[in-house]
Design a protein. Structure first.
Length: 371
């Protein structure tokens, strides 16, 4: 039996994109529900670096990231989770990498603060050749494993209904069919990340959505120190669109491809953050497919460890945990579709969900007709 229409906005998915929509729908005075197939968020939103990589974005992603930065800072106070407004240090280990950062500084001004080698070493514990770097003061860090759950609890305390351990089988008009019965809402936001094809295969196919699998490691901190900023390297310059302003980026790409073809083949983004309990979250590699095989390739972890040993200057690294993250990937960084009236399919398809989700959600919610 179909329930009466109790909700203005019903969100499918309790990851950071879904929660972002709940935050902004609630702020508009909507009656909001979130339906999540798991007992808590366990997907890409809690398997990442917790890095708000604001400055490295461009275009819509930069606009969404700046709005999300505001929301992260506000929600950390209201929902009570740990945050570090300490920016990012980009470590340049070759002259062409530093040239990219010089061009980036010329484009962005005070949002990119150039550092000499001594200043880089004074801020972050890295070994080996360092020619300089840059500090990106707008970037943020959270502990993803804590923050996402804290936001859900904060929303629940403000009247958002959460239907945990509840699968959605389909959406027909204003009715959402779930494993626990039907729910109704004026607007439905489907924010299921890489599983768009499970409910809307034609939307996924139209946007060429694939699954991207990441290998990630958690290490004991080899330097036994506090690392407040996130840390990126020259490999990261190839991953974020903002750095494409530099003509030197192609030289970085060619040099890395020649020196380390295995890293290029693995889609390496050599970076790390530190959790509040001291462990280092280190990664990552990228493999793309329509379905992710269940068999983890050990050479991916070996590749990460070899780079970690060089970056930290230590052969004695203790691995505390290994895991695979999976996110949606597509030629365009954002998927926003309305396949039927009142149903809105939304996904971040570029691996920057923690960075942009709240800004993207604000944009989507502002264009909903309800409440």
């Amino acid at each position: 039996m179909t329930s009466p229409r109790p909700y203005d906005v019903l969100i499918v998915g309790a990851g950071v994109v879904g929660l972002g929509h709940a935050v902004h729908a609630l702020a508009r005075g909507a009656r909001v529900a979130v339906v999540e197939r798991n007992p808590r968020a366990i997907g890409a939103s809690v398997r990442n670096f917790g890095h708000g990589c604001v400055t490295g974005q461009a275009g819509d992603a930069l606009r969404y990231a700046m709005a999300a930065r505001r929301d992260w800072l506000r929600l950390s106070k209201e929902a009570g989770f740990w945050i570090r407004d300490a920016g990012t240090v980009v470590v340049a280990r070759a002259d062409d990498e530093y040239e990219v950062l010089e061009d980036f500084h010329a484009e962005r001004g005070d949002d990119v603060v150039l550092l000499d080698a001594a200043a880089v070493r004074g801020r972050v514990p890295v070994a080996g050749d360092v020619v300089g770097g840059a500090w990106l003061p707008l970037d943020l860090r959270v502990d993803a494993r804590e923050a996402v759950g804290s936001i859900a609890a904060w929303l629940a305390g403000r009247g958002v209904d959460f239907h945990w351990s509840t699968s959605v089988h389909g959406v027909e008009g204003d009715t959402v069919r779930t494993s626990r019965g039907a729910l109704r809402a004026a607007d439905v936001v489907v924010a299921v990340g890489h599983d768009v094809d499970r409910l809307y295969p034609e939307v996924a196919a139209g946007h060429e959505v694939l699954r991207c699998a990441l290998h990630m490691l958690e290490l004991d901190d080899p330097a036994h120190t506090t690392v407040d900023p996130a840390v990126l390297t020259g490999w990261s310059l190839l991953r974020y669109d903002g750095f494409a302003v530099s003509p030197a980026l192609e030289r970085v790409r060619e040099r890395l491809a020649s020196a380390d073809p295995a890293g290029v083949e693995a889609g390496l983004n050599l970076m790390f953050t530190q959790r509040p309990t001291g462990e280092i979250v280190f990664g990552d590699t990228h493999d793309y497919a329509d379905a992710i095989p269940p068999f983890r390739a050990e050479q991916r972890d070996e590749l990460l460890l070899s780079h970690a040993r060089r970056l930290f200057g230590s052969d004695a690294l203790r691995i505390r945990a290994r895991w695979r993250g999976v996110y949606a990937s597509a030629p365009q960084p954002f998927l926003i579709e309305t396949p039927t009236p009142g149903v809105h399919v939304v996904s971040v398809t570029a691996g920057i969900g923690m960075t942009t989700a709240f800004g993207l959600a604000e944009h989507v919610v502002e264009n909903l007709p309800t409440p």
